[in-house]
Design a protein around this ligand. Sequence first.
Ligand code: NAP
Length: 475
Amino acid sequence: MIARSVGEMAKVGTERCPLRVAIIGAGPTGFYSADHLMKRSGLVVEIDMYDRLPTPFGLVRGGVAPDHQKIKTVTKAYDRIASKPHFRFFGNVEFGTDVTLELLRDYYHQILYCTGAQTDRDMGIPGEYLGGSHAATEFVAWYNGHPDYRDLKFDLSQERAAVIGVGNVAVDVCRILCRTPEELATSDIADYALEALSNSRVKEVYMIGRRGPAQAAFTNPEARELGEMEDADVFILPEEASLDPLTREYLEKSQDKSIIKKIEILEEFSRRGRSGKSRLLTLRFLASPVELVGNDDGKVVKIRLVKNALHVSGDGTLRPKSTEAFEDLDVGLVFRSVGYRGVALPGVPFHEKWGTINNVEGRVTTVDTNEPVVGEYTAGWIKRGPSGIIGTNKPDALETVNCMMEDLEKGRILEPLHPEVAAVQEMVEQRKPSSVSYEDWLRLDEIEVARGKELGRPRLKFTRVEDMLEALGKK
Ligand code: NAP
């Protein structure tokens, strides 16, 4: 970790001494960062991308809803990035166990963490962890065939379910609960999830927002889609769809077009009656869960809500404030969709409160003094928190790459003992003989697509690491 002198450093990033970068995490941000680095004029860079799974693409594979196939075509751009010279993928190699930070410092000038946000936030209410109450992030990972979550069980024999939160993840979960087996069968949903959801007895789903419709975090196309499901009606109580005076005042001033559109969509839902579809999705607003109530077996049977009113908070935003009015909803299944949270990486400074790697504009910094840690960077959700759409990570990655380039110029980089590409290959082969290359992944991809084709589906995913390795002849 010794910073070289500026004169000596000028050579790094050239044909004679390429800049060696390790990217941890093969999600969208990892690929956008690689792309920004490769496009940097005059820079010769060698990139190794690590992922703990044998499959790349992070939440595009494990998070984006299976009925949103079009969004997943973004991976074509990632394939193009991966096909460039000086790019390698080491899948099935976990940072912190298979390769450690100490070890990577011996091989790279710069290490960039793009590990996303892998867990969920707490709500901090009694009964939160009763049986039948699940983190939405786990349900999402389950139906998307993530190997770590494929064996989870969800009691879909329940007739009434609640989804807490009104972000796009909550919308995804509601849609997946309300879709027909035929609708789901045209997606790349995991085969076991397709079977379980085809036998689901869920008839009523509530999506619960603590603020009003104008403050709902979901985006307009996602809201509109809720009204277009084949066999599920959508409904909002007219009094909950209408605007409170503070929001009305705000909108009159701001004329925010996207919120005005959102209100129109939701008001239209409130005018709809039941059309005879088998399922009903009810959007609730201005209500916060205060407790999940369980039965003697420790299973959730009720969600207790307090009605909220909005008030202007110190920062000028409209926040919920509880009233004295309570309401109980009988539900046997709850999905807590109140946001993702980042997980700390071994040896990397972590901001516990925010659930992000401690950083300034992407430069990893120490927790105590906020001093930059030489050679370490971060981008994406693990840098800024779980916000924005896939494309938001492009400018975010650029900000970090700009810091990396500035530091390279100033000689603030690591001094690896083994800066040769062959040395890394040897090290990884020794430590993780079953690592997966990008060529391996492309073969796996082809097999999944071929398996899906036989069933008339976009792909049939492998959902166990062993099965992936076996298909690649690595077991
Ligand atoms: P999100 O957009 O931050 O939404 C979180 C929701 O949880 C908000 O409605 C929030 O309400 C609510 N919430 C937070 N704490 C709560 C509490 N204690 N009690 C009740 N409600 C609470 O997060 P997300 O849905 O997990 O999505 C993460 C990111 O991924 C977002 O940027 C999202 O747009 C993106 N995403 C995009 C798509 C897509 O483009 N189709 C799909 C999935 C995810 P408040 O607003 O009142 O805090």
